[in-house]
Design a protein around this ligand. Sequence first.
Ligand SMILES: [Zn+2]
Length: 98
Amino acid sequence: MLHFSCDLCGQPLDDRRYVVRLEVFPAFDPEDLTEADLEADHLQEVAEELHEMEITGAELEDCNSKSFRFDLCPRCHGKYLKDPLGREALRRLNFSEN
Ligand SMILES: [Zn+2]
C-alpha cells in the first residue's frame, strides 16, 4: 500500500488527501517567435543567440511547460486554497526584513 505524506507539513496522510496539480507554460508560442526571427536578415545574430542559449541552457528551458503535483493534508489544503501563490508568506517575509 502506498503511503503519502503532506508535501507542506510532512504529516502522514489518510484517505482525506488533496492533490494539487500545477502546470506552468508560456502563453506565447516559442516556435512562432523563432520562425519570425529566422525570416529576417539577422540570421547570424539569431544563430549566435541560440548558440548562447545552448551554453547557458536556461532560456530554452523556460519555453517548456512544467507540471507539479503535490499531496496535501486537509489543513494545508485549506491554507493553500486561500493563498495558492504564497503571496501572504512572501509579504510577511519582506515585512520582517525591515
Ligand atoms: Zn499538511
